[in-house]
Every structure is written in C-alpha cells, then in structure tokens.
Write a protein that binds this ligand. Structure first.
Ligand code: C2E
Ligand code: MG
Ligand code: MG
Ligand code: MG
Length: 279
C-alpha cells in the first residue's frame, strides 16, 4: 500500500542519512591521527600546453587511505579538516611531500616542472605560513620556482590586506600563486588587479558546459580576455572532451588540466607519459 511504501521509503532515506553521518563520525574521529599514522597520499594531475602537448606542471591532490573505509576523496574530509583546524598539519604534510617529490624527480634527472599545492583559507590565515614555507624550501634546498600555490577565489576574499601581504612576500620569494576555482567567488576587478598572482584557473563548472551552453561559453570567453588584459596566465580546469580542447584553442586558452589528458595519478605514473600528449 501507499502507506507501507511511504514508510519504507522513509526508512530507506533515514538509514542512508544515518550511514553517512556515521561515516562522518568515523572520519572525524580518525582524521586527527591520519597524518601521524602515515595514511595520506598524494596524486598528481598534469597541466598541459595544448599547443605543444608538453606537461607544464602538476597539481598535487591529497587522498586519505583509511584503514577501513579505503581511499577517501578530499571533498569528504577537507571540509571536515577545515572545520577542526586539522587542515593545517595536513597541508604541512602535503607541502613537504610535494616538495620532496619534485626534489626526487630532479635528482632522477627528470626535467623539472613546478608542482602546485592547494592552500586552504584556514592555513592562509596562519600568521607563520610564509615563514613555514620558506623554511621548508630552504631545508630541502628546493628552487622556489618549482613550488606553486593554489588558493581559491573565495579563500582570497577574507582579510584582504593580510592576503595581499602574504602573496606579496611569496612573490618576492619566487613562489607563484594561482587563483583556483575562478568564477565561483565574487571578487571585484579592482581586487583582482591588486593581487600579486600569476594565474587564474577557470572553474570546471564553466568548462563543463562550454561547448553546449552559450552563457558558460560567454563567461569563459570574458574571463580569458580579462586575464589577458591583466597579464595573467589562464588554466582551464576539468577539460574532458576534444571539443572543449578545440574551443579553448580557438579562445586562445592554451593551458588545460582535465580527465581528457589525465586523471590525477601516482608520482610513478605521472612521469611515465611526460612526453607529448596529443589532442
Ligand atoms: P581543485 O583544487 O579545483 O582540484 C581539481 C579537482 O578537479 C580534483 O579533484 C581533480 O581530480 C578534479 N578534476 C580534474 N580534472 C577533472 C575533469 O576533467 N573532470 C572532473 N569531473 N574532475 C576533474 P579532487 O582531487 O577530488 O580534489 C577536489 C578538491 O579538493 C580540490 O579542487 C581542492 O579544492 C581540494 N583539495 C585537494 N587536495 C587538497 C589539499 O591538499 N588542500 C586543500 N585545501 N584542498 C585540497
Ligand atoms: Mg587546485
Ligand atoms: Mg580548482
Ligand atoms: Mg575545483
């Protein structure tokens, strides 16, 4: 009957909700020990210049190998980590390990390209963030130009004076910063102009619809031409099809990242195909 259906449906949704909140509770309990217990791993996604097919850099993305739940994706634990502040030790781990990986590639004679690390708003607000990053690259004797940082548009919009000061110092130290997920925040043109950044990454939500939705295409086109005016590099995120590559080429956006070329992969797999990627 309708009533029975209704109640069993209710039970179904309820158990799904319980399950996911149970999972969240497990994650929350275990996250603090994840760094100490060596459960974090990095995967690397290449950034490609579509004109040449060259890998121009990598983005390091964190994964949590949970002993019971298996591989946990960042969207499941990064928000939690930000809420509890554990994001700071997590990102210290990410920074150190990404830098160690670049060093290793360099020592193996693999032509060096920069690796980008994501920095959360909480971490950006730490008073010692600049000193920590500098002491890390000094300790590892890493060329500063091989480390890049990605900060989301929304994270850059809190405490603007503080953000500008940190970015200014990073720039002077030779560390480039990209604005991530651009188009999803609401930063003003004048703020954008005042920020010492080198690059805008157009958010995947626009790229996904770029060949099918005229509004998304218009927005992408506007972002690309604005970035050009401001002297910023542009990277298109989430490129999945050859039609998207062709359109981006037409719009003169030559740097892309996305499943069309490669998913994020292990450090070992990342260097296997460092040659030319054909589109
Ligand atoms: P993000 O920085 O914008 O990274 C790009 C995300 O898009 C990655 O998801 C990547 O796997 C995904 N992606 C790349 N190309 C494609 C594509 O063609 N199609 C689709 N559907 N997706 C694509 P991932 O690795 O799940 O990371 C999600 C987000 O988690 C990242 O977005 C970043 O904001 C955050 N994250 C990852 N690692 C860290 C970290 O160490 N610190 C912080 N604060 N955030 C991190
Ligand atoms: Mg990113
Ligand atoms: Mg992004
Ligand atoms: Mg994104």
């Amino acid at each position: 009957t309708a009533k029975e259906n209704g109640s069993s449906q209710y039970q179904f949704y309820d158990s799904v909700r319980d399950q996911s909140s149970l999972e969240q509770m497990i994650l929350e309990d275990d996250l603090e020990a994840a760094v100490d217990n060596d459960q974090l791993r990095l995967v690397y996604q290449p950034k490609i210049d579509i004109r040449t097919g060259d890998v121009i850099g990598f983005e390091a993305l964190v994964r949590w190998h949970h002993p019971i739940l298996g591989v946990v994706q960042p969207l499941k634990f990064i928000p939690l980590a930000e809420k509890t502040g554990i994001i700071v030790p997590i990102e210290h781990w990410v920074l150190r390990n990404a830098c160690l990986q670049v060093k290793k590639w360099q020592e193996e004679g693999i032509p060096a390209v920069p690796v980008a690390v994501n920095i959360s708003q909480i971490h950006l607000m730490q008073p010692d963030i600049f000193e920590n990053i500098i002491s890390l690259i000094t300790e590892l004797e890493l060329d500063a130009s091989l480390l890049e940082l990605e900060i989301t548009e929304s994270a850059m919009m809190h405490k603007e004076d503080h953000v500008i000061e940190i970015l200014e110092k990073l720039k002077q130290a030779g560390i480039s910063v990209s604005m991530d997920d651009f188009g999803t925040g609401y930063s003003s043109l004048s703020y954008l102009q005042s920020l010492p950044i080198c690059c805008l990454k157009i958010d995947r939500s626009f790229i996904r619809k770029i060949t099918t939705d005229t509004d998304s295409r218009a927005i992408a086109e506007m972002i690309i031409s604005m970035a050009r005016q401001l002297g910023l590099t542009i990277v298109a995120e989430g490129v999945e099809t050859k039609e998207q590559v062709a359109l981006l080429r037409e719009l003169q956006c030559y740097n892309v990242q996305g499943f069309y070329y490669s998913k994020p992969v292990s450090a070992e797999e990342a260097i296997l195909d460092r040659g030319v990627w054909t589109a």
